[in-house]
Write a protein that binds this ligand. Structure first.
Ligand code: V47
Length: 368
């Protein structure tokens, strides 16, 4: 116990001197029991970066298909081609859902899907074009680096062209999925068919160089160890040094139901808070750390606001990936509920759009 606190003191001193913490420091923090010490340091760093403000957005998730040529072991959402329960929305359904989101005040459509075995690249281009034409004010955050790589394969176009075409037609940013754990050994166990961690980083670099911002996730609480998490964050920190293209880091708590990682139970609450806090301390070049309440559960996500987190994600509306794997959080949240959670944590709610532009500051309850 004594030793744990010592490591927190050492890291606090480094941070106070403006020094970047090392991989070994991060590993020591993971091995420490001093949750409050870690949380306090993370909260102080966040306070300096973002003050008392906590972001949320009004968004809608849209998973256009769950058919996927990859069959990641951790994923309960993916369906093999032809498997019952598989679906692919028609463009008309997609447009209907986008229009509903716009009408409900959403500023962002978050679209990801499986790697569909048959849909051509043109389908995705038409999807972006028509959504944007019908909803010019809706920002489209879509397609992980894994999908961008797949589109390049099916279209036989270079990744750079896939990105520039999508951007030209209205893609505003890309989400952080598909990163999982970037290290090869863990990746081989949990998602052997997926692109390598190196390729994920390479495609993400091209996304940034193509002028789009993205996020970065980390799937934790399955077969990985603390060293794998630190290695994952080290790779992200290094890429961020070079491109500055990441907006937020989002640790995703593993949900085990209906997956093929049968012995993994997912992280407990302490692990979730520690991981979020350490990411804030280690990722000194990330402005935003997001507590994705869908996977964390709303109560842990709210408490995370005292542990260095400054973004609670959004209203979500139609969540499938976490809930297919047993997430017991609600499937959507109202704006009023997000405001209540943020204010309950003693923070000032700020609605943002996809690119972290301020939509509205909620500084007076009477005006909600
Ligand atoms: O890449 C899949 C993860 C991700 C499970 O960028 C699972 O703003 C937990 O990336 N348990 C997709 N996680 C979701 C995602 C995301 C979510 C919210 C915001 C943003 C953003 C991105 O979900 C996948 C994978 O890592 N996932 N299965 C599971 N059983």
């Amino acid at each position: 116990m004594m030793e744990s606190s010592e490591c927190v003191v050492r890291v606090c001193d480094k941070v106070a001197r403006g020094e970047r913490i090392s991989d070994q420091d991060a590993l020591d923090l993971f091995n420490s029991d001093d949750l409050f010490g870690i949380g306090q340091l993370a909260a102080e760093i966040n306070e300096k970066k973002n003050g008392n403000r906590v972001f949320f957005n009004v968004n809608r998730h849209l998973n256009y298909t769950n058919f996927c040529v990859n069959q990641c072991r951790f994923c309960a959402f993916c369906h093999e081609p032809g498997q019952p329960g598989g679906y692919a929305y028609h463009l008309s359904e997609i447009l209907e859902k986008a229009a509903e989101a716009s009408a409900a005040g959403a500023t962002e459509l978050h679209m990801v899907g499986g790697l569909h075995p048959e849909l051509p690249f043109e389908f995705y281009l038409r999807m972006i074009t028509t959504i944007k034409a019908n909803n010019p004010n809706l920002k489209i955050k879509a397609f992980t680096a894994v999908e961008v790589d797949y589109f390049s394969k099916i279209s036989k176009l270079p990744v750079e062209t896939v990105i520039s075409e999508m951007k030209r037609l209205g893609l505003d940013s890309t989400p952080g999925g598909g990163a999982e754990i970037l290290g090869a050994e863990v990746r081989q166990q949990i998602c052997p068919e997926k692109i390598s961690g190196e390729r994920w980083l390479e495609v993400t670099q091209k996304i940034h160089e193509g002028g789009l911002k993205s996020n970065a996730t980390m799937l934790f609480g399955h077969v990985e160890g603390y060293a794998d998490r630190v290695d994952h964050m080290a790779k992200l920190r290094e890429l961020q040094d070079r491109t500055g293209g990441f907006q937020s880091f989002i640790p995703l708590a593993f949900q085990p139901d209906n997956t093929r990682i049968p012995n993994a139970k997912g992280p407990d609450g302490i692990d979730c808070l520690k991981t979020l806090a350490i990411s804030r301390i280690y990722l000194d070049n990330f402005q935003h750390i997001k507590a994705y309440w869908v996977m964390l559960g709303l109560k842990i996500a709210q408490v995370a606001l005292a542990f260095g987190v400054n973004d609670l994600d959004g209203t979500v509306i139609e969540e499938k990936i976490g809930h297919d794997a047993g997430a017991d959080s609600p499937q959507e949240l109202s704006k009023a509920e997000l405001l209540r959670q943020i204010r309950g944590a003693g923070k000032l709610p700020v609605e943002r759009d996809t690119l972290y532009q301020q939509v509205r500051v909620y500084d007076d309850v009477a005006d909600d």
